[in-house]
Structure formats: structure tokens, C-alpha cells
Design a protein around this ligand. Sequence first.
Ligand code: PLP
Length: 215
Amino acid sequence: MIQQKIGAIRREIGQTQLIVVSKYRSMEELNEVYKSGERKFGENRVQEIIKKAPMMPNDIEWHLIGHLQTNKVKQILPYVSLIHSVDSIKLLNEIEQQAQKLNRVMPVLLQIHVSTDETKFGFDPNELIELAKSGILNQFEHIQFKGIMTMSTLNATNDQVKSEFATAYQCFLYLKPLMPNPSDFTERSYGMSGDYQLAIEEHATIVRIGSLIFE
Ligand SMILES: *Cc1c(COP(=O)(O)O)cnc(C)c1O
């Protein structure tokens, strides 16, 4: 079942990268995903990655997609290949410090806030553009800025979701030339089970899908 669903999504999304969101799922389910050939797994909690990663084959890429607290950065860095949810300078400072200790350059996405949901994390698009213009991002030698991530408003109409993703894409286009290494800044992570088609129409390069695969 899982394998068929993944196959159908794969055929539909073409070149877009798929992150299989495995939060709340059992090891049995994760193994089904692995057997289907998928290697990019997304989790929204640090503890889940730390628990699951050692039990799974080590050619899996773990993506942290949920909010990251500064005090958990040190724990999670050795496990993750991309942090989607970087939403403050304070967090960037901590990632920089810990990545330096590990002698590693950590790839991240900058999370931007385009929804009308109060609870969602992320930089305000205009504030982020101002930050990038200020040159402050140049000081992070152990961070690779790979692109942006966002989430749409929960239960919004298709028109609203599309317009939020379009805002994210515009923000990406603005930011790219302001980045320390513009050629690294290529990814747009948006679109979940309910809105990944709209996300692809609005230039997503990465979709993060959970419930559609497992339910
Ligand atoms: C849970 C989650 C997803 C996947 O959501 P589904 O609706 O289950 O596809 C994607 N991104 C983030 C940040 C999530 O927390």
C-alpha cells in the first residue's frame, strides 16, 4: 500500500524532490518506505530522529522539518542532512558554533512565514530580505544557505494557498542574489499532502508528504 502510494506520488511530481514525512510512524512503516527506494525522511522532532536514525540503514538522509530549539542544535547536527526550519539569527548563531565544532558545513533552509496562522514559525519575508541586505548572513562560515521553506495557512482555500506559495517564491527570488553564495541557494520546500500540487505550480523544488502516504 505504502509502496503504491509513493509510486503514484513519484509519477505525479516528476523532478520535484520528495521528503517522506515519517513523524508518528512505526519502524515497520519506515521500512516499507525504505523498500520503495525513498531515502529522504522528514521528522519534526529532534528526539524522533535521534531515536529512529540508529535503527534504520545509514544511507537515509534525515531532514528536520519542525521548529528547532537552540538548546537542541548540538544534539541534532550529527544526524541531519538539511534543516528546513531555521527561523532566527539566534538559531543561526548556534548552528554556526556547533557546526564549527564538528568541522562541518551545515545545509539549511530559511523558513519564511507567509500564512495567516498565528502559531507558525518563520521569518517575516520583508524582514528576512532586510537581514540579507545587511550582510549579516556572510558571517556564517559553517552554514550553507540552500533555500527557503514555508507552510501555507491551515484549511485555506486553494486561491489563498497559491498566493501564499507565490509570495514565498517571490521572496526566494529577491533573496537569491543577496545570499553569501547565490549559486547554492536553489531550493524551495513547500507543499504537504493537501497542497503539494499547488506548491509545484508555484515552483516548489521539494515537497514534504506524510499522511497521503501512510493513511
Ligand atoms: C507534518 C508535516 C508535513 C507533512 O504533512 P502531511 O499533511 O501529513 O503531508 C510537512 N511539513 C511539516 C513541517 C510537517 O510538520
